[in-house]
Design a protein around this ligand. Structure first.
Ligand code: SF4
Ligand code: SF4
Length: 486
């Protein structure tokens, strides 16, 4: 078996391999800058096996999560129309937007921290692009068009019934999967139960959702079915930033040139050659088409395919595995690497600060969020009370609560002198809150002489308790009263 392998290998060595990569241009472009379509070979091995399990875990999570509920709410629901964003039972409302600052700061810091330790682990293990393409789309391609070289031959072959059948079945399956991905994606925004009803209804009743679903489907089909590595190479901003997030301590997929070089070639004697037998197996399996032996490259998505491919070859030639492996630049030189380098510590510190501030703000924002909007088209109305003309101000009050309250909500005007002149009415006393949106109305009735210049701000106390005597202040709310000019 090994003899046959070497015979074939020596034949190949006589001419330059078609997998030899150009020195100064991307593997996915030709002399004219046109795209060169890649046909990465299938690979099996230690990392491939673990990644496949992890990919399916993520896919099931993605598909199932919007159908699950925590505390009566969809587990993750990004309801943009109503400005309500629910995560595992906790709802953020529109006026929680300042909290988003922590999220926007936290995400890049988190990626910075992870990248500084484990390199592009996100790209190889967690990015939807990699997960869906590797776990589903490439398998569909394998079932319908065969292995890499068969796919390449099929693409070059003239159109005939077999090619139409193979290509047609591939794209139909791609479309079905993309529709599923697209619908699940939209389900995170409109709610899966609502999406089910919308899907059953004619599109004319829900044009917005209908179009959004097909846009999501189209993007998945285009990107996962055809665009693929081009997205990582051309469009992904993370790929551009990763090098500044890493240092010599970061784990990367890397080739051990000290062990591998000089690689086998007709110019190198057998005694002097390194462990790399120059079989290009690592290049053939690479989904971005690069040769990892040229060092860390922006196009490398750390998918580990080349590790498994090379380990298989090392097994066949009876050499130790790990010529390509997860390691750091320092680790390759035999230097013991600290788990947390300076860069990782900085990221971790900043991340801890941001997270602590987020939790602090969340805890304090948790109590009650009160919104008051005028309830009538006019800012005030005039009513008669006996012989006195009174001004009426009407407000719609919304309180967003993340938990129902045992005690009710009460309102009181802070200034006791004003409180004696302003009659405050609300339909519910006390107002028992339930989890989520709570709506009620407040009416302020007062003699028109109270507002000498037609407006006045008063402070309303929002209290919780059975009655005003035994209540606790929750919030002070400014209320702009309006009336006629004197
Ligand atoms: S070089 Fe290796 S780890 Fe990087 S993308 Fe190619 S196969 Fe994956
Ligand atoms: S798979 Fe291993 S032995 Fe073959 S070319 Fe790549 S590094 Fe060299």
């Amino acid at each position: 078996m090994i003899g046959v392998f070497f015979l074939r290998y020596n034949e190949v060595m006589k001419k330059p391999s078609k997998f030899e990569r150009h020195e100064s241009r991307l593997a996915t472009t030709d002399d004219h800058g046109h795209r060169v379509y890649l046909y990465p070979e299938d690979v099996k091995g230690f990392w491939r096996h673990r990644r496949t399990i992890f990919f399916w875990f993520l896919i099931i999570l993605y598909l199932v999560l919007p159908w699950t509920r925590v505390g009566g709410k969809q587990t993750i629901l990004l309801d943009i129309a109503h400005r309500e964003f629910t995560f595992f039972g906790y709802t953020f409302y529109g006026h929680d937007a300042p909290l988003l600052i922590f999220i926007f700061l936290g995400i890049p810091l988190f990626f910075g921290f992870v990248t500084s330790i484990w390199g592009r682990v996100w790209c190889g293990w967690g990015c939807p692009q990699t997960v869906f393409i590797d776990a589903i789309y490439r398998n569909i391609e394998l079932w319908t068009e065969g292995k890499a070289r068969a796919r390449e031959a099929l693409d070059k072959a003239p159109w005939n019934a077999v090619k139409i059948a193979r290509k047609g079945s591939k794209w139909i399956l791609f479309l079905l999967v993309s529709m599923h991905i697209g619908h699940s994606f939209v389900g995170y925004f409109v709610g899966t139960r609502e999406l089910y009803d919308i899907t059953m209804a004619p599109p004319t009743e829900h044009w917005g959702v209908f179009v959004a679903t097909w846009i999501a489907t189209g993007i998945a089909l285009f990107d996962f079915g055809w665009f693929r590595e081009q997205f990582c190479i051309i469009a992904c901003p993370y790929g551009r930033f990763q090098s500044v997030m890493m240092d010599d301590h970061s784990m990367i997929v890397t080739y051990d040139e000290q062990r591998g070089e000089p690689r086998r070639s007709p110019e190198v004697s057998h005694e002097n050659e390194g462990d790399c037998i120059n079989c290009y197996h690592c290049v053939k399996v690479c989904p971005t088409g690069i040769d990892i032996r040229r060092g860390t490259q922006m196009e490398c998505i750390a998918c580990t395919n080349c590790i498994d491919a090379c380990d298989e070859i090392m097994d066949k030639v009876g050499k130790p595995k790990g010529l390509i492996r997860y390691d750091s630049e320092l680790g390759k030189k035999g230097i013991k690497v600290k788990k947390l380098g300076v860069r990782s510590i900085i990221y971790l510190t900043l991340l801890t600060v941001i997270f602590s501030l987020f939790v602090y703000k969340l805890k304090h924002a948790d109590e009650l969020r009160v919104t008051m909007l005028r309830g009538s088209k006019t800012t005030f109305s005039m009513i008669k009370s006996g012989d006195t003309e009174m001004v009426l101000n009407h407000f719609n009050v919304t309180i967003d609560a993340n938990a129902g309250s045992k005690d009710g909500i009460l309102f009181r005007i802070k200034d006791s002198e004003l409180a004696s002149k302003i009659e405050l009415k609300t339909p519910h006393i006390p107002w028992m809150l339930k989890k989520g949106h709570n709506k009620t109305q407040l009416f302020f009735r007062f003699p028109k002489e109270l507002l000498s210049d037609g407006s006045r701000n008063i402070t309303l106390l929002v209290l919780t308790g059975e009655n005003l005597e035994k209540s606790i202040l929750v919030k002070e709310q400014e209320v702009p009263l309006a009336g006629p000019l004197q």
